[in-house]
Write a protein of this length. Structure first.
Length: 108
């Protein structure tokens, strides 16, 4: 019983100490008169690169009946289409036309 209470106290102390950890130096860049957070920009570009490369690798041999990665990306795009398409049609009759261009932004 003593070991259990000691481990719980140690865990709580560790979590409390971790809450005071400072994040460190942030990098801000001036681009076109705007102040941009460097880590956010780099992280978003890394995520975009990972998504695009995995999509390119998954659908390099498109098939009529999708398998593997192609199946996953088709599922994601169909989900986005099914969620957003009724709203686009309600806003404007041109919504269905623009959906192909706007839906890709949901991936990022």
């Amino acid at each position: 019983m003593n070991i259990l209470s000691y481990s719980i106290n140690t865990l709580n102390k560790g979590l409390y100490d971790m809450s005071g950890v400072e994040v460190g130096q942030h990098f801000y860049w001036q681009i076109g008169g705007f102040q941009i957070h460097g880590q956010v920009l780099i992280t978003s570009w890394v995520v975009i690169t990972i998504l695009l490369s995995s999509a390119a690798i998954s659908v390099r041999n498109p098939q009529t009946i999708p398998t593997g990665g192609q199946n996953f990306f088709e599922y994601v795009l169909e989900f986005i289409r099914d969620v957003s398409n009724p709203n686009w049609r309600r806003i404007s009759p041109l919504g269905s036309l623009y959906w192909n261009y706007v839906s890709i932004y949901f991936c990022f």
